[in-house]
Design a protein around this ligand. Structure first.
Ligand code: SF4
Length: 187
């Protein structure tokens, strides 16, 4: 099992860690229904959002939790379901938080978007991790990790060679002069 090599950033949480809810401003609020208004209950929405934005210490974590769990209903992280809709639709393409990628490299099981997963894969391959480590960090089989590493190395090899190949095409080596015999004519 991969061990953590660096502390987790305070605004991030591992998958399944709901301890942040203990600090949620809405948890102690006398009217928890405020966070599940109808779309046209503007006064209630405004009240809920005010609590989120002005008093809640875990607003950012709450917002990310909604995105990661694809929770569609209610006010999360100070945003209504309508305001979050576009982000929910596009979250897999939009979020690119390097802290999350670094946390996964350090062994923390934080949730990643598709873009963050791409970045993680690139970073892990650049670090030349061994196959078991690579598989653990990317959460893939060792067979798949080995194939990824081979593909990456092939790509690096070709990238390193391509300037040499293109230089050879642009400036082909000049032909060796033909041997000249005593008659002065080329053989
Ligand atoms: S940001 Fe709002 S919804 Fe989220 S935990 Fe805080 S008060 Fe509750």
């Amino acid at each position: 099992m991969h061990t953590h090599t660096a502390p987790l950033h305070e605004s991030l949480r591992e998958v399944g860690d709901n301890s942040w809810r203990r600090d949620a401003a809405c948890a102690a609020h006398p009217a928890p229904d405020l966070w599940f208004p109808e779309n046209d209950q503007y006064a209630l929405i405004a009240q809920a959002k005010q609590v989120c934005w002005q008093t809640c210490p875990v607003r950012r974590v709450c917002y990310n939790a909604a995105v990661d769990s694809r929770s569609v209903y209610g006010v999360w992280g100070g945003r209504t379901e309508v305001e979050r809709r576009d982000f929910h639709r596009n979250a897999k393409n939009v979020r690119r938080d390097r802290r999350r990628v670094e946390a996964r490299l350090a062994g923390w099981n934080v949730s990643l978007s598709e873009r963050e997963r791409e970045l993680l894969q690139r970073r892990a391959l650049e670090l030349e991790l061994d196959v078991p480590q690579l598989a653990a960090i990317l959460q893939v089989t060792e067979h798949h990790a080995r194939a990824l590493r081979r593909k990456y190395r092939d790509a690096m090899w070709h990238a390193a060679l391509s300037p040499v190949i293109s230089a050879t095409r642009t400036n082909p080596p000049t032909a060796l002069p033909l041997p000249v015999h005593s008659t002065g004519k080329a053989a």
